[in-house]
Design a protein. Structure first.
Length: 219
């Protein structure tokens, strides 16, 4: 009887190991999409992940992962990053996976790198017809979980006039998709000489990124 119980326990343990992926670090997934320059923030993301590791107690994989939305491996992770200058398009399978990822508890950070806004809002309307973008209030935890932003999303790069907007898709009260419009947070993660951003804006970009990452792992 003892050996039977021991054998059953061993089989259960092995099945548990192979059935449930175990991730011990924060994984940053860059979404690859058709035709666009989804890859343009690669170096900035690496810089940010190094800062995230230094500034927090998170265990961080400092090498970003790159996956298409039709790749089933996206469901192994809980943080996706969508970025770019040009229109974003997704096929029906990608749209279905996008919706499933968000409604299943995943978090998406979308960063308008000036040019993707119109297509991205259209995409959101197609993927989430039963939800709508809402302004994220300044007292939301994403603006105070680690660093404090009393006026909400900081303005990093002046692509266009007007204030920055932090918009969200809320699922059962949870901010599941955070969209940074008219600011370009990832611009501030690049090396200073790339965009000639002053140190204070680079610091704000890193701080906002830290808040976004920590929020995604907490809520």
């Amino acid at each position: 009887m003892y050996y039977l119980i021991k054998k059953i326990f061993l089989i259960f343990f092995i099945l548990l190991i192979f059935a449930v992926p175990v991730y011990s670090s924060f994984e940053f997934v860059i979404v690859k999409y058709h035709l666009g320059d989804w890859y343009n923030a690669r170096q900035g993301v690496r810089n940010f992940l190094a800062e995230l590791q230094k500034r927090t107690t998170l265990r961080v994989n400092t090498t970003p992962i790159e996956l298409s939305m039709d790749d089933e491996r996206i469901f192994r992770y809980n943080f996706l990053f969508i970025n770019g200058h040009v229109p974003i398009t997704m096929n029906e399978r990608e749209k279905a996976n996008f919706r499933k990822f968000v409604l299943s508890g995943g978090f998406v950070f979308a960063n308008d790198d000036f040019g993707m806004d119109e297509s991205f809002r259209k995409l959101i309307g197609e993927v989430f017809p039963d939800y709508e973008f809402r302004p994220v209030p300044f007292n939301h935890p994403i603006y105070r979980i680690f660093y404090t932003f009393p006026e909400g999303l900081p303005k990093i790069h002046e692509h266009d006039g007007g204030p920055p907007e932090g918009l969200g898709i809320f699922v059962d009260g949870r901010l599941a998709l955070y969209y940074a419009f008219n600011t370009d947070i990832a611009d501030g993660w690049d090396f200073p000489e790339v965009h000639n951003n002053p140190p204070e804006l680079i610091e704000k970009a890193y701080r906002m990124g830290v808040n976004i990452a920590l929020y995604s792992q907490t809520y």
